[in-house]
Write a protein that binds this ligand. Sequence first.
Ligand code: S3P
Length: 166
Amino acid sequence: MTGPVVVLVGPPGAGKSTVAAVLAARLQVALRDTDDDVVRQAGKEIPEIFFDDGEPHFRALERAAVAAALAEHDGVLSLGGGAVLAEETRALLAGLPVVFLDMSLASAVRRVGLDAPRPLLTVNPRKQWRELMEKRRPLYTEVARAVVGTDERTPEEVAQAVLDAL
Ligand code: S3P
C-alpha cells in the first residue's frame, strides 16, 4: 500500500472527476471518487442526502469516505469539492501528491449547472460560487502540492499539466 498517486481537489465544476478518469487511464491505475463512495454508503444521491439529512451529515459521511479512500486506495483519487473544509481531512492530505484544479468565476458560470445538480449552488450560482471560493481557496492552496488552472483547457491538457506538475 503506497497511497494515492494523485489526489485532485478543487471547486465543483473544475472537472475533477473527468480529469481523474483521464489520469487513471493514462497511468493505468484504479480510479476512486469520494462522492461515489458517499452515495454508495448512504444508498442515495448527494442532493437527497443534503435534503433529507442535512449538510453536517453529508460532511460526516464525506470525512469517513476520504479517510477510508486515503487508507485503501493507491490509484487516482478525486475528492468532493468541500472535502477540504474538514481540518481532519486537511491533516490527512499533508505530504500527499495533491493537485488543486483551479478555475475562474467566468469558467465556473459557464460550467456549473450544466451537469450534475449541486446542492450548494442552486439559488444564485454565481454569488454562491464566489463566496465558496473566497472561503475555500486558502484551504485548497494549503493542501496542494501544485495548482493547475483549468480555464480554456481540455481534460487531456489538464491531465498533462497535472502530470507535469507532480
Ligand atoms: C460539494 C461538491 C460536490 C459534492 C457535494 C458538495 C461542495 O462534489 O461533494 O455536492 O461542497 O463543493 P464535486 O466537487 O465533485 O461536484
